[in-house]
Design a protein around this ligand. Structure first.
Ligand code: RTP
Length: 150
């Protein structure tokens, strides 16, 4: 049983559009396990840290302002190859390049309002989980009866 974990964040536009439930539902339905969740309005410093690899990009100031404009639903999901599959479920960075059936392909059209973030590697996931959650906020649990589910 893999215990690979990824960081998934529903961005302020996703929260405000009422897409928290549908996005959580997709991960649950796929067979992934929710091990941490919270709503958080992130500070500029926190977001600059999260997106530090993009610091030189022209869209960086707008990205930080957008991400800090309201609560983000921060989550940790666990399961087999969840980092790679989480990215596949999200779709491409630009929603217009995302296939229908993906989260971005179904719910948005603007690269600057693409509703959801997912870690792009196992190493990035570890760093992002440590940035967004205290260790005690990440629950280790398994179903009482249905060991076969995952
Ligand atoms: P994310 O980190 O949010 O999951 O997105 P990503 O890996 O698919 O893409 P990344 O290159 O890391 O970009 C981070 C976020 O920056 C915004 N962006 N805007 N205006 C633009 O050209 C542009 N390019 C990227 C998007 O919100 C993207 O998700």
């Amino acid at each position: 049983m893999s215990t690979e974990q990824t960081f998934i964040a529903i961005k302020p536009d996703g929260v405000q559009r009422g897409l928290v439930g549908p996005i959580i539902s997709r991960f649950e339905s796929r067979g992934y396990k929710l091990v941490a969740i919270k709503l958080m309005t992130a500070s500029k410093e926190h977001l600059e840290n999260h997106y530090s690899d993009l610091a030189g990009k022209p869209f960086f100031p707008g990205l930080i302002a957008y991400m800090g404009s309201g609560p983000i639903c921060a989550m940790v999901w666990e399961g087999r190859e969840v980092v790679k599959m989480g990215r596949a479920m999200l779709g491409a960075t630009n929603p217009l390049a995302s296939a229908p059936g993906t989260i971005r392909g179904d719910y948005c059209i603007d690269v600057g309002r693409n509703i959801c973030h997912g870690s792009d590697s196992v190493d990035a996931a570890k760093k992002e989980i440590a940035l967004w959650f205290k260790p005690e906020e990440v629950q280790s649990w398994k179903p009482a009866q249905f060991d076969w589910v995952y």
